[in-house]
Design a protein around this ligand. Sequence first.
Ligand code: SF4
Ligand code: SF4
Length: 91
Amino acid sequence: MSRGKLEYVRGGHIHACATSLIMKTGGWRVFTPSVEEKACNRCKLCVWFCPENCVRLTENAVEIDYDYCKGCGICAHECPKRAIVMKREEG
Ligand code: SF4
Ligand code: SF4
């Protein structure tokens, strides 16, 4: 949709193949999740609950793709070990 000089993309709308990849929702973020690895029991709940599918467990860590993390805090809310803390972004 075009209004004057600004281009708008309808939210939550996949309008062509793989457009979800170019919709980098990380720009929406006000709070950033930070993982305390020592507290993590590797239950994977954060992976399953993340609506952006941007959390993954590697062999040694919980990795968050900040290009797509919109800072909703669901991962922190669902973490049974309180291993994820939401921190307000600076600036
Ligand atoms: S939900 Fe919490 S405890 Fe479970 S894997 Fe994620 S960070 Fe670790
Ligand atoms: S804050 Fe939201 S979008 Fe970011 S990793 Fe957690 S659940 Fe996913």
